[in-house]
Ligand binder design. Sequence first.
Ligand code: KG4
Ligand code: ZN
Length: 360
Amino acid sequence: MSLSTPLVLGIETSCDETGVGIVRGEELLADAVASSVDEHARFGGVVPEVASRAHLEAMVPTIQRACADAGVALTDIDGIAVTSGPGLAGALMVGVASAKALALGLGIPLYGVNHLASHVAVDIVEHGPLPEPTMAMLVSGGHSSLLLVPDVTHDIRSLGSTIDDAAGEAFDKVARVLGLPFPGGPHIDWAARDGEITIDFPRGLTSGRDMQRHRFDFSFSGLKTAVARWVESERAAGREVPVADVAASFQEAVTDVLTRKAVLACQEHDVAALQIGGGVAANSRLRAMAQARCDAAGIALRVPRPSLCTDNGAMVASLGAQMMTKGRPASSLDLPADSSMPVTDIQSGLPVTPEHDHPH
Ligand code: KG4
Ligand code: ZN
């Protein structure tokens, strides 16, 4: 095995995607994903027990598919990385148990890593080494965070996050109000392409005292309620709801807030590169607006291709490969699944020393 270009298999099961990725150093070799999203659609959200069972069923076939796609045997792998948190407890446990079995059986190191840090690290297989520091904005169904990232393997600082709904959650809830299927983000994105920005929806925490107190925090629940009220009053008046226009106007409000705060964070912290990750980073309007605003501010924008923005195993493998390359210690085999793992804890199962216990 060559430590400079370790071959790492990464497992992701924090939500409804069973992801197994294989990375050699900074090179993506395989990204196999099995999603149980269809099984949750009729409930309008992810059902944890259903997700856990689907992970169990999908795990072995997805590992086999990843190895076949990469053209490697399990015995070629140098290290195993797995999402140990945050996420759904039962779902995480399936991934963590599988990873431990693989590491133990193959006699190779195990790295229990943070899901959010993995969303940042995935961009290395797309655009090469991350500038240090990088500003990362993670926008998914469960999270909306602005992170200052001096070193993705062991130093991530949270500048702000949502104080209520996550950005993706707002997309999903507004889609429901508009009668669009779950998950709603892609459907709003598509609907908005035929619409016009005709309604001025509120931009939470962007002015006055709110902005002073929550400079890099987000709030989307007021926006969601404003959209629901607007739609209700149209229906009550017997008018047909202009779904495309509402989708475009809502999407504009979310995108405006996200990109405004991300660019401001870069400027105030003297960071020249912004990376956007998480499922909402697949949004076409967010990508276009972020590009325009970063260009205007002289900030280099990095957004992975959409399939690497949503949950996948390659992101976990990428972070694991960075840890191996940088000589970070492996996690212990009794590492826990931690459903509420803070983003500042990039790795779990490390020996408890003052340095590793709480880096900040
Ligand atoms: O990162 P992800 O796959 O899973 C986690 O939540 O961790 O993100 C899923 C979220 C969902 O809320 C989905 O509606 C949203 O990402 N999403 C989008 C788009 N594609 C996925 N939101 C807006 N526009 C999109 N094109
Ligand atoms: Zn995610």
